[in-house]
Design a protein around this ligand. Structure first.
Ligand code: NDP
Length: 249
């Protein structure tokens, strides 16, 4: 990324970010799990840059902070096919330039392999792996109408087998599987002009990341915004952290 990043910033970024404020080509971004944490901060920073932003929440009635951003708020539980279908219906065929599969869950926290419960693990996969699968499948027609046809799925360095520090079986495996889904999606839709990437936001102070996490939501999302701005079809299928470094699989 580093080698092409600055030249991309000059060429493609122009097409992605500066057009965000041009009324004829306003970029539309949809962020899942946008009522708190990293998703909420993404919505705030995207709104500030002039994007048309749709933030989804399981309970829009309780998404006070999200509503206050001025973004359009739609309901979505990524584990529920009917909820996904209702979102598609609400979008009514409009274009989405960038889908950000951000909603996620931390999974069971126990110490040892023998303590992991497979049914709990299935729930983790339902949110972290099958959720992005469902949502991306449903929104492909909308993305096909978009300009940059970008799918970003928020993964984690914890998905990396090379960097595996052990434990967190369900969370790690669900994100590793998400990475593989993204890799195959990237291959299948390359010729259609899609850019599908997975990103690691850093260890971030959110309900999931905890108070001891070193990175603020603001800095994580600022970094991610730069990564998004530098994306082109050359990055299709890749895995970046919020500082633009590629993460080994
Ligand atoms: P939070 O726990 O703060 O927020 C999680 C978000 O996901 C909430 O909006 C939550 O909604 C939503 N969500 C959970 N389950 C569902 C569901 N079934 N349907 C729809 N939305 C759902 O987490 P973060 O902001 O920290 O995490 C965002 C992403 O970043 C996740 O994918 C996470 O795995 C990833 N990540 C985070 C790291 C960190 O250090 N924080 C590190 C690496 C990756 P609700 O309020 O309704 O529960």
């Amino acid at each position: 990324l580093k080698t092409v990043y600055f030249s991309l910033l000059l060429s493609l970024t122009a097409s992605l970010w500066s057009s965000a404020t041009m009324s004829d080509t306003v970029m539309t971004v949809l962020v899942t799990g946008a009522n708190r944490g990293i998703g909420l901060e993404m919505v705030k920073q995207m709104e500030a840059r002039g994007f048309e932003v749709i933030g989804t929440a399981r309970n829009p009635d309780r998404a006070t902070e999200l509503k206050a951003t001025g973004a359009e708020v739609l309901a979505l539980d990524v584990t529920d096919g009917e909820s996904v279908a209702a979102l598609t219906a609400a979008l009514d065929g409009r274009k989405i330039d960038m889908l950000i599969n951000n909603a996620g869950t931390g999974g069971q926290r126990v110490a040892n392999f023998l303590d992991y419960d497979v049914d709990r693990m299935r729930q983790t996969f339902d949110v972290n792996t099958f959720g992005p699968m469902r949502v991306t499948q449903a929104l492909l027609p909308n993305l096909e109408k978009g300009k940059v046809k970008t799918v970003v799925s928020v993964s984690s360095v914890m998905a990396s087998i090379e960097r595996n520090g052990g434990g967190a079986y369900g969370y790690r495996a669900s994100k590793t599987a998400l990475n593989m889904l993204n890799s195959s999606l990237a291959k299948e839709y390359a010729d259609a002009g899609f850019t599908c990437v997975v990103v690691h936001p850093g260890w971030v102070r959110t309900r999931m990341g905890g108070e001891q996490a070193p990175v603020s939501t603001e800095d994580s999302v600022k970094g991610l915004m730069d990564v998004f701005a530098g994306l082109s079809t050359e990055d299709n299928g890749k895995f970046y952290d919020f500082q633009g470094e590629e993460i080994p699989w």
